[in-house]
Design a protein. Structure first.
Length: 246
């Protein structure tokens, strides 16, 4: 009986493993590049509820829609309502807090951080960016209208004010440890393979570096387990709580 000839799958070696991108044929490379381009543009496209004036910008990354609020008097009290937009909601670049919130809600849980905690983290990041860009030519980081100045304040006044606020943030963060390495008992062997996660390093990696908690654990030699992740998340909530209102 004559057997039907089996055609070799394109861009697969003799062991059935997918070849690297640079060894694939031109057709496969074109298809892979087209998929990557579509994924990149899809991630950079603002949500439908956002304003149509927000452009598609791959370098910016994913965008999340948000609603600004305003406070209105209601009898002897006040009520917080959404600010209406005729052209759609504004957008902001998604960060690691959006990712962690999405992961928690997909599992059926609540948001791991409060609105005030996330606001403190984003205020700290924005303040760091403004201070670090102080020496960049043509930067508007210390424009009195952008930086919230006015009243006769100049560049150095605003710079000193932001630097002092960074000092307040640093004191709120402190020099404590989110995860400490045991030096006695059964876990004393971890001294050579694990490193303590300080509160300052935790804030630096998550708030400034946009790293997830798993990356913080891995960078310090800790296994990415639910116990360690939960402990690190609790420590992050505690630090962000101290940073509120600064």
């Amino acid at each position: 009986m004559k057997h039907k000839r089996r055609e070799k799958t394109c861009c697969v070696d003799e062991h059935g493993q997918k070849r690297p991108f640079h060894l694939c044929c031109s057709r496969c490379r074109s298809e892979i590049a087209a998929r990557q381009r579509a994924d990149l543009l899809g991630a950079a496209t603002p949500p439908e509820k956002c304003s149509a004036e927000i452009p598609v910008a791959p370098a910016r990354g994913s965008v999340a829609a948000f609603r600004e609020v305003r406070t209105l008097p209601k009898g002897d009290d006040f009520v917080v309502v959404d600010a209406p937009y005729r052209a759609g909601c504004p957008g902001r670049t998604r960060d690691v807090f959006d990712t962690m919130t999405d992961q928690a809600t997909r599992r059926g849980g609540a948001a791991p951080f409060t609105t005030a905690q996330v606001g403190a983290a984003r205020d700290y990041r924005a303040l760091q960016e403004r201070v670090q860009s102080a020496g960049v030519k043509c930067s508007r980081a210390f424009d009195v209208h952008v930086a919230g100045g006015g009243g006769g304040l100049d560049f150095m006044d605003i710079y000193m004010r932001h630097t002092e606020r960074l000092g307040l943030f640093a004191r709120a963060i402190g020099d404590g440890e989110a995860l400490s390495v045991r030096t006695h008992g059964a876990h004393s062997m971890d001294r050579g393979s694990r490193w303590p996660v300080t509160d300052a390093r935790l804030i630096e990696m998550v708030c400034l570096g946009d790293k997830p908690l798993s990356a913080v654990l891995t960078a310090h030699g800790w296994p990415v387990s639910s116990k360690n992740t939960k402990a690190l998340r609790a420590a992050l909530c505690d630090v962000l709580g101290r940073m509120q209102g600064i």
